[in-house]
Design a binder for this molecule. Structure first.
Ligand code: GLN
Length: 195
């Protein structure tokens, strides 16, 4: 839209792969905001929870009411989680079980692809227009149960790897590390629609 002010998209920047997300969002015309404190969630149109180590995220989030602030944000605004971000958003986490925001009705198993397939790049099917998509996996979780309201947007060997439930988009891979911009574009569409 001409002259519309850019969408303000937070990127949780406690640790992990936040920089590539911020760059991708900026390249698509959004205004990325690095979020390191709970009050920095105020006024955002949407939020990206990047990959990293979900246990380390939780360690930071347990301080200063950040976890509760994030839970409130997720209930109100569009959120896009990648990899560890999916683990934080999931209702049910296994291998081992761990605390989560409980916002996305899926079960995820952490580090589920075993040593040989631990981290890899492959092309897989997606229902987003434009054909198969390059996917970068880094010690990825596997979605092993999908709630009835969760929609599959891409699969890897039959497993859902890009899913959506209402205002939540979740990728077990790292779209910010590929040149393909479709997943972030899809998220920005969701944010624009919710505004
Ligand atoms: N293995 C990490 C975890 O369990 C996720 C890896 C990632 O985000 N690339 O939290």
């Amino acid at each position: 839209m001409a002259n519309a002010s850019p969408l303000k998209i937070g990127v949780l920047a406690l640790q992990g792969a936040f920089d590539a997300h911020a760059q991708r969002l900026a390249s698509l015309g959004a205004h990325p905001v690095l979020v390191r404190k709970p009050e920095e969630l105020n006024g955002l149109d949407g939020l990206v929870i990047p990959g990293g180590e979900s246990t380390t995220f939780l360690w930071f989030l347990e301080r200063g009411g950040f976890f509760e602030a994030l839970q409130q944000f997720v209930a109100q605004k569009p959120v896009f989680g990648t990899c560890a971000g999916v683990i934080l958003l999931a209702k049910d986490v296994r291998n081992p079980a761990q605390k989560s925001l409980g916002a996305l009705d899926v079960t995820v198993e952490r580090n589920a692809y075993g040593r040989q397939n631990d981290s890899r790049i492959l092309n897989a099917e997606t229902s987003l227009p434009g054909g198969p998509m390059e996917m970068v996996y880094i010690r990825a979780p596997k979605i092993t149960r999908m709630g009835v309201d969760v929609e599959t947007l891409a699969t890897r060997d039959g497993d859902p790897v890009l899913v959506r439930e209402k205002q939540i988009l979740a990728a077990t891979f790292h779209p910010e590390l590929s040149d393909d911009t479709r997943v972030h574009e899809e998220f920005l569409k969701m944010v624009a629609a919710a505004k």
